[in-house]
Design a protein around this ligand. Structure first.
Ligand SMILES: Cc1cc2nc3c(=O)[nH]c(=O)nc-3n(C[C@H](O)[C@H](O)[C@H](O)COP(=O)(O)O)c2cc1C
Length: 184
């Protein structure tokens, strides 16, 4: 029901994304793929990825922001998996109507992503290529879940972000499957 694409080049060194990933990976109906663990040589199994996407109603792209964008393997995943004749073009739209939730962390603080901040513009301006990638594939772009200041927030703040993400997915699951999100 939910396909979580996790793209951290060094999963064992991650703090922010690891906390977010661990908070949601065990939810019912969540299928995960840690891209750098599964495809260390960048040789993506396109058919397997497209099959996983076909099974999903909600797709998560979770990663640290690198150079205002996605880590290289997630960009490669976009290039290979969101293929012409499948995701878009020639009358095809395999992802049409599926939700897309972008979950990302930044080293920059919220203040750094302001007109007067070091990054000179709101973070939303950097999200445009990701958003349009989803929209071009006719996906339903949801409000992104962004954790700013990933190196500065303390453990309690990070745990609160992780809990918030879990609650958001539980709410989505409950809304899309009456049984999901409830105690067994
Ligand atoms: C190669 C590289 C590029 C980065 N580019 C950015 C960037 O453009 N903007 C930003 O706010 N942080 C940037 N960062 C900081 C990362 O986003 C930050 O380390 C990450 O979100 C922390 O998450 P983690 O604990 O899961 O690794 C960059 C870090 C690296 C290593």
């Amino acid at each position: 029901m939910i396909y979580l694409v996790f793209a951290h080049p060094y999963p064992s060194q991650s703090r922010a994304n690891r906390a977010l990933f661990d908070a949601v990976r065990d939810l019912p109906g969540v299928e995960v793929c840690s891209l750098y663990d599964r495809y260390p040589d960048f040789d993506i199994d396109v058919a397997a990825e497209q099959a996983a996407l076909s099974r999903a109603q909600l797709v998560l792209w979770m990663h640290p922001v690198y150079w205002y964008s996605v880590p290289a393997l997630l960009k490669h995943w976009f290039d290979k998996v969101l293929a012409y004749g499948w995701a878009y073009g020639d009358g095809s739209a395999a992802l049409r109507g599926k939700g897309c939730l972008w979950v990302a962390s930044t080293g920059g603080t919220r203040e750094a992503y302001a007109a007067t901040g070091i990054h000179e513009r709101p973070f939303g301006e950097f999200s445009r290529p990701i958003e349009e990638t989803a929209r071009f594939c006719r996906m339903n772009w949801l409000e992104p879940f962004i954790v700013h200041g990933a190196h500065e927030i303390n453990e309690a703040e990070l745990a609160a972000h992780a809990a918030s993400l879990r609650e958001r997915l539980q709410a989505w699951l409950a809304a899309h499957d009456g049984r999901a999100g409830l105690p067994p």
